[in-house]
Design a protein around this ligand. Structure first.
Ligand code: ADP
Length: 257
C-alpha cells in the first residue's frame, strides 16, 4: 500500500501549556477528499497550520508526503492553501489575473517577472474555476463566491499535490456551497489532488467528501460518511440539531431562528 499523503502520530500542540490538539493519530490517503469537522475552537485551524508547517508540534510527528512539513513549506510548492480570510482589504486595486498570478510566486520566486507560461497557467486555472471572463476585473468588485474561486485558482497555480481549504464556504449561500464542493471534487479528480476541507457544516461535508475527521481537540471519528449522531454529539459536545433522512444528516432549522 502507498504511504499516506499525511501521517500524524501522537501529535500534541499546546498554547501557553494548554493543549489545542491532544494525541492526534491520523493517516490521510493520497487522492482522498477529506472533511475536517468540529465546533469553534476545536483545533481545526491549528491542525491545518501544523500540516502546512506554520507551527511545530509540541510533541509527536507529522509527515506530509514523507517530509517534515516545515521543510516542505520552505521548499515551496506542494501545498496549496486557501485561508479563512484570503483578502484583508477587498478594495485592493489589483486585477483577478494578478491575484491568481501571485500563486505562481512559490515557483518563480518573488522578485522574478512571470513568464508567458505562468500567465497561461493562471488563465487555465481561471477557466477551470469558470471565471476566465473576470480576469481583468478588479478583485474588489467581485462577489464573495467569485472571490473564493479566484483564491482557489491562485492555490491551484502552484500545481500542488495537496490542497487545504479552511472554511471556504463560510460566506456562501447553500447553492454556492454545493457548487464549491462539486467544483473541488472535479479538479481533485482531474489533477489527482489530495484535498482537506475544514468546515463546521456537517450536512455539506457529509454529502461531498470521501472521509470525515471529527475533531474536538482529539479525533473522535475518522471514517467515510455517513457519520452517526453519537459521533457528532461527542465531537460537538452538545445535542446536534440534525435529522437523519436515510444516510444523510440534514440540519433542522427552528422556526424562530
Ligand atoms: P478552530 O479552527 O477549530 O476554531 P483553532 O485551531 O483556531 O480552532 O483554536 C483552537 C484553540 O487554540 C482555541 O482555544 C484557540 O484560542 C487556541 N489558539 C489558537 N491559536 C493560538 C495562538 N496562536 N495562541 C494561543 N492560543 C491559540
Amino acid at each position: 500500500m502507498n504511504a499516506p499523503a499525511i501521517r500524524i502520530r501522537d501529535l500534541w500542540v499546546n498554547f501557553n501549556h494548554v493543549p489545542a490538539l491532544e494525541d492526534i493519530n491520523l493517516d490521510i490517503r493520497e487522492g482522498s477528499y477529506v472533511g475536517i469537522l468540529g465546533p469553534n475552537g476545536a483545533g481545526k485551524s491549528t491542525l491545518l497550520k501544523v500540516i502546512l508547517g506554520l507551527i511545530p508540534p509540541s510533541q509527536g510527528e507529522v509527515l506530509v508526503f514523507g517530509e517534515n512539513p516545515r521543510k516542505l513549506r520552505l521548499a515551496g510548492s506542494l501545498i496549496g492553501y486557501l485561508p479563512q480570510k484570503p483578502l484583508s482589504n477587498p478594495r485592493f486595486p489589483v486585477s483577478v489575473l494578478d491575484v491568481v498570478l501571485m500563486g505562481r510566486y512559490g515557483r518563480i520566486g518573488l522578485c522574478r517577472r512571470p513568464s508567458r507560461r505562468d500567465v497561461e497557467i493562471a488563465r487555465e486555472n481561471l477557466a477551470r474555476l469558470g471565471i476566465l471572463p473576470l480576469a481583468e476585473r478588479p478583485i474588489g468588485e467581485l462577489s464573495g463566491g467569485e472571490q473564493q474561486r479566484v483564491f482557489i485558482a491562485r492555490a491551484l497555480c502552484l500545481e500542488p499535490r495537496l490542497l487545504v481549504l479552511d472554511e471556504p464556504t463560510i460566506s456562501l449561500d447553500a447553492c454556492a456551497q454545493d457548487d464549491l464542493y462539486e467544483l473541488v471534487h472535479g479538479f481533485k479528480e482531474e489533477m489527482n489532488l489530495t484535498v482537506l476541507i475544514v468546515s463546521h457544516d456537517i450536512g455539506a461535508v457529509a454529502r461531498h467528501v470521501d472521509d470525515v475527521v471529527c475533531l474536538n481537540r482529539r479525533v473522535h471519528v475518522h471514517e467515510p460518511p455517513p457519520i452517526g449522531r453519537l459521533a457528532l454529539e461527542s465531537t460537538f459536545g452538545c445535542s446536534v440539531e440534525y435529522l437523519f433522512h436515510g444516510e444523510i444528516p440534514h440540519r433542522v432549522v427552528r422556526r424562530d431562528e
